[in-house]
Structures are given as structure tokens and as C-alpha cells.
Write a protein that binds this ligand. Sequence first.
Ligand code: ZN
Length: 308
Amino acid sequence: MQLALALAAIASCGVLAAQQPNFENVQIQVLPVQGNVYMLAGAGGNITVQVGKEGVLMVDTEYAPLAPKILSEIRKLSNGPIRYIINTHVHPDHVGGNDAFAALIPQNPLQPLKIIAHQNVLNRMTTPAGRETPQPQPGLPEDEYSTRFKDIHFNGEAVFIYHEPRAHTDGDSVILFRGSDVVSTGDIFTPGGYPFLDLERGGSVQGEIAALNHIVELTVPAHTQEGGTYVIPGHGRICDEADVVEYRDMLVIVRDRIRELIKKGMTLDQVKAAKPTRDYDTEYVSRNSFVTADRFVEAVYKSLSEHK
Ligand SMILES: [Zn+2]
């Protein structure tokens, strides 16, 4: 990928167009999800907030200029200390506010802020400037983990942080709030658009399918197949298991089609021309889509070619 394209990719990473939003006009929407958990939507990735007696836990931080607005919305939910920020992955529309939050939050040595992410996120944030998303020291996830999962108990419920290897990137975490019965997925799941498989940052189609299967395992529908566990996606509306199943099925079908075309010896251009996503494009591609049908097909093709 050329540098300009790489920067465009890293600047948006989700379903929306790559242009920088005008932060002054951004309003932060606060949506109660279930139990102790809320979803905040502004510009960039969705933020998950869990509140309770012990304070506040956030998943992702959007962009730095929005931090004061986001904090004032959080303060309407809780006056408690912000104790945890969990980063789902390295893209700047999810980690861009880390340092701004660390600066805004009064530090109490007895109740320090901990920033949690998979080790690969920290590695990528500390690579030389210009290539990745370096952060000043206070915004770095120094409570990194490199195991299959990490668990904490906070605000009366167990919170599981699962590493999903090589999915959207190589440092993705999915967070399960076991008591509230909510899963926060980061950009593994973006129901308004095709998944962005960031191959340059370790993503892959097989890992993405495995991660979606894991999210399906973690979610339990209520008896009508609606509701039950709620799912907060990286971008877009609050969902449930049925939405994740539909998305997983789409990806499996597209993967299988492209795999067949590769077996026939088709080049990338021939596979694109065969339009293996045609029947899904009306649902997953809009005028502003960052991941166009061609870009999605190309990523799946390249990812499968890597892992033959
Ligand atoms: Zn992303």
C-alpha cells in the first residue's frame, strides 16, 4: 500500500469516509445499552462506558479534540474516577483520545488510570513516528497483555478482554461485560459496511471469521432470537447476536466464493471483475464507504493468497 493510502486507511478504519470530521460540530450521543453499560457515539469509533460504585471503565477514546465533550457526557453518568481505558486496537479513531483523557483525568495514586490493550497495540504505538500512531507516554496502554485473555472485576461484574488474533488487525480485543450481558467488539464488527481487513497491520480474513465466530459464542439471544446479549460494534448501531450471525455468514460466503475463483487460477483483476460480492453490495456499500466492494475483494484475495 502506498503511504498516502496507508495514512487514509489508518485515519478512518471504519465504514465512513476518510475525511477528518469537523470536531466543533460533533455531538456526542449517549445510548443506554443494558445493565451498567452505555454506548457513546460521536466521530470515529463507538465508545463503550461501564459505570458503577467503583468508577468508570471506557472502551476506546475516539479523537483527542473530542475528549472534553466525551468527558462531560461521562460525568452525567458518573462522578466516579475513570479507572480503566481498554483499547480495542491501534487505529487512531479508537485510540486518538488516550493522551487527552489521561491529561484531563486527575491522577490519584490510590486509584490510578490503567490503559489496557493487547501487546501488539502497544508495539505499534511505540514504533517510529510517521509509520504508526505514536502517543505521548501518558496515553500508552502500559497495562498490556499478551495472553489469550485478561479478566478484571469492576463495578460488581466480571469483565473479560479477549485477544482475537489476526482479525481486523493483529491487536484486536473483544470485551465481554458478563453481568451486564454486553459485548464490545471494536472494528471486527461494523454492521454498516464490509469489514476492513488491515493486512498491513496483521489482519486476515480467517482471523476475522474466527473472531466473529467467537462473538457469536459469547452472545445468547432471548427466546424470540432478538435481544438477549447486546453487541456494541466498532462503528454503527447497537446490535444483537442475529446481526453478528448475518455478518459472519456474509463473510464466510464471500470468502468461499473468492477461494473458488483463486482455485480456478484467476488473477485479482479477474476476481474483481467477477463481482463476488454483488448481492451484498447494496447492504454494505454506500457512497461514503471507506471499504468499497473492490477494496474488500482485494483484501480477501490477498489474505487467502498469503495463507494457502
Ligand atoms: Zn479500526
